[in-house]
Design a protein around this ligand. Structure first.
Ligand code: SAM
Length: 288
């Protein structure tokens, strides 16, 4: 179900999410996110996420019509001139096509355990704040069959516009457990869709249910990737760009595993490291 409205400005309250694309925390508080680019918006419209509105140039309407017609919710399709769209942040990236969707309600570990076949595969991120890297990691998670992504309380949201874009819309297929710590910092208290827990607490919960938590850690000399065993339920934990995995999170894991590298290279980009780990999991589980 959709209705069409032509616009000549982004000044009405319904259009505020598009006009405030540089203020992502406001959007998170409202439980919404912005999707950008033709492919990402098409994937959003094919997903079971709730879509609030779409902004496109009139020339795109016929391409989007079949996808809009099958939606059950009431979507407003705003038609805007290219000149107006060019006034928005990042026009060259979004090709004049944008949408606002709702961040889904939180999923629980119980949901993940009951809905999936074993061996389970979780990924977790600790302090990952770079939205592009987070998006790339999400894409890898979906490509290699991760059943849920746990986003630590000091990480960015995978629903940030740039994370959604870099995930190429695969975020719409991945159950996410976003953690928050009430009272930690203002920024972390305002996610209506987040679960009140810390990453070490969440990892302990997983371990008590038989899930092995494996830190991807370039600085261990105890085990390299080819020696690790991913055949049973496990959660791969990845660290931040600057500091890697924090000591508290490292201590909450069963073991640390490194991708071997020459001494002249400090580490891989987290998205690349995740792809290497996840490929090895798939290989060991006979899926590659
Ligand atoms: C850019 S790295 C972090 C670099 C950070 N300066 C450090 O010293 O840990 C980001 C994350 O990618 C993963 N990673 C990168 N290279 C890795 C490697 N060689 N082995 C295992 N994990 C790696 C880890 O989870 C790491 O925390």
């Amino acid at each position: 179900m959709f209705r069409i409205e032509k616009i000549s400005a982004f000044d009405s309250p319904e259009l505020r999410p598009y006009a405030t694309m540089r203020r992502p925390l406001e959007q998170e508080r409202e439980g919404i996110f912005v999707a950008e680019g033709v492919k990402v918006v098409q994937r959003l419209l094919r997903s079971n996420f709730t879509v609030v509105s779409v902004v496109i140039p009139e020339s795109w309407l016929n391409d989007f019509r079949p996808l809009l017609e099958i939606r059950q919710e009431a979507i407003t399709v705003y038609l805007a001139d290219k000149k107006l769209l060019e006034t928005l942040t990042g026009f060259s990236m979004f090709q004049g096509v944008l949408a606002v969707g709702r961040i889904p309600p939180p999923v629980s570990l119980d949901d993940i355990f009951s809905r999936n076949q074993k061996p389970l595969l979780f990924a977790a991120v600790d302090g990952l704040t770079n939205a592009e890297n987070l998006g790339a990691l999400v894409r890898n998670c979906v490509a290699f069959g991760v059943q849920a992504l746990i986003v630590g309380e000091t990480s960015s949201s995978p629903f940030l516009r740039r994370a959604v874009r870099n995930s190429m819309g695969t975020i719409f297929q991945l159950p996410v457990i976003e953690l928050t710590k009430l009272g930690l910092r203002h920024k972390f208290t305002t996610k209506p869709h987040a679960t009140n827990s810390t990453l070490p607490e969440c990892l302990s919960g997983l371990r008590s249910r038989g899930v092995r938590c494996i830190a991807a850690h370039p600085h261990t000399d105890k085990k390299v990737l080819s020696q690790a065993d991913f055949s049973s339920d496990c959660c791969l934990v990845f660290g931040s760009e600057g500091d890697g995995i924090t000591p508290a999170v490292l201590e909450s894991c069963d073991e640390a595993v490194a991708i071997p590298m020459p001494p002249t290279v400090d580490s891989l980009n987290v998205g690349a490291a995740a792809a290497v780990f996840l490929y090895e999991v798939s290989r060991q589980r006979g899926r590659s």
